[in-house]
Design a binder for this molecule. Structure first.
Ligand code: GLA
Ligand code: ZN
Length: 672
């Protein structure tokens, strides 16, 4: 990653001095407190459009210049935002078309944020003007280290899209370019079904519950278009900023955010960053939340195969869940170090100071309305700031280097949940996460890639629920396995092509998997079934694929119902590699046992010489000369781990070997 390399791990967050410009004493106090909390970087200007351009064409950037300069003189760097996260009244009032239209065809009033139409030429022009002013003025300021395009793009609380006539027209143009002729489009979407054949491009409209939302090819292309149209708007922002500034550019992503295909998005930005808000202390234990956070960090890291920034996180609570629990003592440091452990080069917060009014006045912040530095949260943040400063020289330059990849594919996400098949409540993400978690439990870093990414740099690729195959995917899997790769997939994979047309004749990877899938079942309530694997029985908790072998070896089979004895887990040797097929959705212990088996066969696993109990995990960051291990205890009690070799705690300098105790929510960072 190209940002912050000479500053160290970034520590700071969203700073909104634009809300306090008439309180100079507060602004001065901010600087004093930032230094005390070891803050070295803030994000500025995210929602400052109406302060920067109070009237159309009348700009006021001087206040921002003063703030940036003052921060810089105090050793605090700025990541500067373009202000399209929220629009000023004058813009929305004068130009109706900048406001989004919902899927019901009704145009939204101005209000809230993340609500501009990405197709509006006026919106694009007004954005270009303000972005140009900012980039011209601050693009070479020594205190500015990077650009933050807009904010949580697409997060409009609905489908992320705009359905106005400009967007509909842009969609039709996009389709013309993609399909060339209506005939091709009609075939690709199978529109002869229910007499939906299009005879004129103007008949095509966006997916809507008031109209067409059962034509799967349309649904899929509309989602692709909506993601790419939003990206096209951001690309224009990037172009404007780039023509005046050589600084690296990012936007704050939201990890597994359904409307936008982040594998496409990340290509356009110089580095990736994301906003991380795990729901700590919500379940019977912290493990599912921790695994989900680790998966999110791993996804973001994998988007560019490099370290990233955690652009937002809360130092205490959020205020947008029904119930918002405080981070218990230790959790702030642990969750922040978890981000670093998974590849982040920053711990940035939303927000530096609580606003005095409006909807986020009670959202957690480093500085509360009262008590200045004398709060638990401030002390936690300041303490962490010190730790990060100490860790920086060792951490910066290293990253996680996974030998295993899990496939998570946005287009498949859209398609599989739209399939109208055996289980219409199927959710891709939780199933995907169930395939991630056992690796996390074992302290094995995995990358998360989509079907267009390079498979060949991995030893094992795990592809759960790959219902839709992207173009060329089957061929790439075949060559991966041929050359010695280990491929694991599940039932409900290889069903449809990339316009959601079902494959005829055979599964596209029949030869590689050595099986012939035939039927699917959700026994749900009818029969408690289980599979037997390595002399143990595992409960089935979801869909069951019924397959026959065609060359594959059967490693596990169903125990009950009319398909007792049918294969539930198969292995096929193909070329120099092997391919596994998991036919049913089973209880978690099944995957734990299965992963242990394949990791052992491949000689992979946690690369640290350590044993640890459930709830403790390890991530490894390295470069050619260094290996760092982050040992994290997510348990609500202390846990004992055993170091089977001698390690050095890089914060205390202590040499450690044998049994050691980690306190609840403790994280230690070790090297050999
Ligand atoms: C998002 C936004 C921030 C703020 C936080 C609150 O991440 O980007 O502006 O609203 O949520 O958690
Ligand atoms: Zn629109």
């Amino acid at each position: 990653m190209q940002i912050g390399n000479n500053i160290g791990i970034l520590h700071g967050g969203d700073y909104n001095p634009d809300q306090w410009l008439d309180c100079p004493e507060i602004l001065a106090e901010d600087i004093r407190l930032m230094k005390k909390a070891k803050v070295n970087c803030v994000s500025l200007g995210i929602f400052a459009w109406s302060r920067l351009e109070p009237e159309e064409g009348k700009y006021d950037l001087d206040w921002l210049a003063d703030i940036i300069q003052n921060l810089y003189e105090n050793g605090i760097y700025t990541i500067l935002a373009t202000p399209t996260g929220a629009m000023p009244h004058w813009l929305a009032d004068r130009y109706e078309e900048v406001r989004q239209v919902g899927e019901d065809g009704i145009r939204y009033d101005i209000g809230k944020r993340h609500n501009y139409c990405p197709s509006s030429l006026i919106m694009r022009e007004k954005t270009r003007q303000i972005d140009q002013k900012l980039a011209e003025r601050f693009g070479r300021h020594p205190g500015v280290i990077g650009w933050h395009i807009s904010n949580e793009i697409g997060n409009n609380g609905r489908d992320g899209a705009c359905h106005c006539s400009n967007c509909q027209n842009a969609f039709r143009t996009w389709l013309k370019e993609k399909y060339g002729s209506l005939d091709c489009l009609n075939k690709a979407w199978w529109t002869s079904f229910w007499s939906h054949t299009y005879t004129d491009w103007s008949q095509i409209r966006s997916t809507s519950s008031r109209g067409e939302d059962l034509l799967h090819g349309l649904n899929l292309d509309w989602k692709r278009f909506a993601s790419s149209q939003q990206l096209d708007f951001s690309k224009e922002e990037i172009r404007t900023v780039r023509s005046y500034s050589a600084l690296p550019i990012t936007t704050n992503l939201m990890a597994f955010f359904r409307p936008l295909d982040y594998f496409q998005w990340s290509k356009e930005f110089d580095f990736v960053s994301w906003d991380c808000y795990p729901d700590w202390h919500s379940g019977a234990d912290e493990l599912q939340t921790a695994a989900e956070a680790a998966a999110s960090h791993s996804l973001v890291r994998s988007l560019k195969s490099e370290s990233f920034l955690m652009m937002e996180s809360t130092p205490s609570i959020v205020n947008w869940r029904d119930k918002n629990r405080l981070k218990r003592p230790g959790m702030h440091a642990l969750s922040s170090l978890q981000a670093i452990a998974c590849g982040s080069d920053s711990v940035q917060y939303f927000q530096w100071r609580k606003s005095r009014g409006s909807s986020e006045k009670y959202h957690g912040a480093v500085v509360d309305h009262k008590n200045g530095e004398n709060t638990r949260v401030f002390r936690d943040v300041a303490q962490l700031g010190e730790r990060l400063e100490q860790l920086s020289p060792k951490v910066i330059g290293t990253c996680n280097q996974a030998q295993i990849a899990l496939i998570f594919d946005w287009e498949n996400w859209w398609a599989v949940e739209d399939a109208k098949a055996i289980d219409n409540s199927i959710q891709y993400f939780p199933i995907f996460l169930s395939y991630f978690r056992p690796f996390w439990e074992m302290g094995v870093d995995v990358d998360i890639i989509d079907m267009t990414c390079d498979l060949d740099k991995y030893e094992i690729v795990v592809a759960p629920l790959n219902y839709m195959y992207r173009k060329g995917y089957a061929e790439r899997v075949r060559s991966f396995v041929e050359q010695g790769g280990c491929y694991v997939t599940t039932s409900w994979s290889g069903e449809v092509n990339d316009t959601d047309l079902v494959y005829l004749d055979r599964h596209p990877l029949e030869d590689v998997l050595g099986i012939v899938p035939e039927e699917m079942d959700v026994p749900d309530g009818y029969c408690e079934n289980c599979v037997e694997y390595q002399d143990k029985k595992y409960r089935i908790e979801g869909i069951c694929g019924l397959v026959h072998t065609k060359g594959a070896e059967v490693l596990a089979s169903y125990q009950h119902d009319f398909y007792a004895g049918y294969p539930a887990l198969t292995k096929n040797v193909y070329g120099k590699g092997e391919a596994y097929y998991i036919a049913s959705v089973n209880e978690a212990d099944f995957l734990r046992a299965f992963y242990r088996e394949i990791l052992q066969r491949k000689g992979l696993g946690c690369r640290m010489q350590i044993t640890f109990p459930m709830g403790v995990t390890v991530n490894e960051r390295k470069d050619p000369n260094r290996q760092l291990w982050f040992v994290q205890n997510f348990n609500r009690e202390a846990a004992e781990v055993e170091l089977l070799a001698c390690y050095r705690n890089i914060e205390t300098g202590e040499q450690l070997k044998g049994k050691i105790t980690l306190q609840s929510f403790e994280c230690i960072v070790l090297e050999k």
